[in-house]
Design a protein around this ligand. Structure first.
Ligand code: ZN
Length: 565
């Protein structure tokens, strides 16, 4: 055999085609792991299936299969002359692939540009872990020699992940994927429950890549259940206030709709004196959807809300009092699926718009101060104090709950399977909670309530709570008083309005007071406009003597005015 010239030697003889994958290897893998690479894009597909090498001494050229390298190390003995002079091309790369067993990984980014590893753990299940987290360090630690090699490998994987540009949208606990709803069971086998329209729900051993997990999440189990199980669960909640029957209906509809991942639902707000079990109601509600070891989150001005929304499907904030305008906006964006801007980024990207769409629970002794637009998306539950004689230890209560919970979930998921297939009630009644109203109405009808009852109930509550929100709003409350004194109308500049409001008690030093007349004008014509409409006030802008004015009229007076002209 003739010697290879240096020029020929540099010619790559091993093609690094990332899209080639041998059918044989895929079959072998699917048998071994239960997954088919082409379905799930295991990282295995970006490692070439074979490598070529040649002997420096005798010039022998040979092809090495990846499986031979998985079994042994990269060979250095020449298969022909048996001397230790056999060298494969891209040796450094192969050394890394083999050392890390890269074919066991799938690298990808989620919608927030955070990087993940999906890997077969050999237990016939696929795990998904953050590339930057402790778990991936643990996974790689046994495959490298020392700490600096570990850091280098992580950097290498991060680079591969970036260049692979493989993206999977990830969710916490509940996801919609191809018209099915998936619920992460958070068990060791990474199983998930799949809800199929018009069929039922069932446990899937090998779900697609859909979920990220956090340490606080507890397993979600379910069994076939009936209406009786839901009724038994509803008995554990201490509904109070004026209309217990309506509260029960609203709550049942709310609970069932929480299994639907992409509809705007409502914020749940249990309110009551201490001893009214508002924490218990919050915790019970959450454990139906998203069982966790975290009890209640304390809301402070430093709470990282976007991060909390990401890590919890139904976060519970305990004993809420004051919410800043920014927090109020974030809660509103959470419910409506609006973008949340995160300032302190920990992701790999400079600017990421975060979007979530799910509910949350805020409880307190008194309703926390919420912006009117958030108030219209809030279901408030007033709870009574439980007489001491009837108070049960929470540990005792939780025993009942644990026994009941799998069947309550099973029953609700079965209803959700029907709701997915529809037909839903027509959208003939506009509420701000459109889909929530329609789907909630469908679900509660299946539970035995009359058709339309749920819709009527949320319309009534919506109006009640937004009127309350305007009254409770610092600017709104004083404005209503000014309007009443002023013959139910206003026509003047923003600075004139500011002055008369100060006369009526507006304290410019109050943190909720508008800092400028322009801000006051924006608040009245923007934030408070819808709420004022519920008091039959029409709000608009006008012009008088070349100055911009704010015009507010009581609706009946406006109509009288029109009919007289
Ligand atoms: Zn040789």
């Amino acid at each position: 055999m003739s010697a290879i010239s240096p020029a020929e030697y540099r010619t790559p003889v091993c093609s690094m085609d990332v899209h080639q994958i041998s059918k044989a290897r895929e079959d072998e893998e699917s048998e071994k792991f239960g997954y088919r690479s082409s379905n799930f894009k295991w990282f295995g597909e970006s490692v070439p299936e074979s490598a070529k090498g040649e002997c420096f001494m005798c010039g022998h050229i040979d092809t090495l299969s990846i499986s031979s390298m998985i079994k042994d190390q990269i060979p250095i003995s020449c298969p022909q002359c048996k001397r230790k002079s056999f060298k494969i091309h891209d040796f450094k790369k192969w050394e890394k692939y083999v050392g890390l067993k890269l074919w066991e990984f799938d690298l990808f980014s989620d919608q927030f540009k955070m990087q993940y590893i999906a890997y077969n753990n050999g237990n016939n299940s696929r795990h998904i872990i953050g590339l930057k987290g402790d778990q991936s360090r643990g996974l790689l630690a046994s495959r490298v020699k020392n700490k600096s090699e570990l850091e280098n490998s992580l950097m290498h994987l991060s680079g591969l992940c970036y260049s692979a540009a493989n993206t999977h949208e990830l969710h916490t606990r509940i996801a919609r994927h191809e018209n099915h709803i998936w619920i992460d069971m958070c068990d060791d086998k990474w199983r998930a429950i799949k809800i199929t329209p018009n069929e039922d729900w069932k446990v899937e051993e090998k779900p697609p890549i859909l979920f990220r997990r956090y340490d606080h999440m507890k397993p979600f189990t379910a069994e076939q259940g009936t209406k009786a199980d839901l009724d038994a669960f509803l008995k554990l909640i201490n509904f109070g206030g004026e209309n217990v029957a309506r509260q029960k209906l609203l709550y049942a509809g709310y609970l069932a709709t929480q299994f639907l991942p992409d509809i705007q639902t409502a914020l749940l707000m249990p309110v009551g004196p201490s001893g009214s079990a508002k924490s218990t109601m919050s915790v019970l509600t959450r454990s139906v959807i998203d069982p966790t070891t975290v009890r209640e989150i304390t809301l402070t001005k430093n709470t990282d809300l976007p991060m909390t929304f990401m890590q919890h499907r139904l976060p519970v904030f305990g004993n809420c009092g004051y919410l800043t305008q920014e927090q109020s906006d974030m809660f509103c964006n959470l419910i409506t699926g609006g973008s949340i801007y995160k300032r302190k980024l920990f992701t790999d990207s400079d600017s990421v718009q975060w979007t979530f769409m799910h509910s949350t629970i805020l409880n307190g002794i008194a309703p926390p101060s919420l912006a009117p637009d958030l108030m219209t998306r809030t279901l408030k539950f007033e709870l009574d104090t439980i007489p001491t004689a009837f108070m049960r230890a929470e540990s005792d209560l939780m025993k009942d709950v644990d026994a009941l919970m799998p069947r309550v979930r099973g029953y609700l998921m079965q209803l959700v399977a029907e709701a997915l297939a529809g037909p839903l009630p027509p959208a003939d009644r506009m509420t701000r909670l459109g889909d929530f109203g329609r789907i909630g109405d469908f679900l509660t009808t299946k539970m035995g309530w009359e058709r339309g009852e749920f819709l009527n109930a949320i319309i009534d509550t919506g109006i009640e709570s937004s009127q309350e929100a305007v009254e409770a709003d610092y600017v709104g409350g004083i404005l209503l008083a000014v309007l009443e004194k002023n013959g139910d109308n206003w026509d003047g500049t923003a600075s004139e309005l500011m002055n008369i409001m100060i006369v009526n008690g507006l304290d410019p030093k109050n943190p909720n007071s508008p800092k400028t007349t322009a801000r006051l004008s924006d608040a009245v014509v923007g934030r408070l406009k819808t709420g004022l409409g519920l008091f039959k006030y029409v709000v608009g802008r006008g012009k008088s003597n070349g100055k911009r004015t704010i015009v507010i009229r009581k609706l009946e007076k406006e109509q009288e005015l029109r009919s007289s002209t």
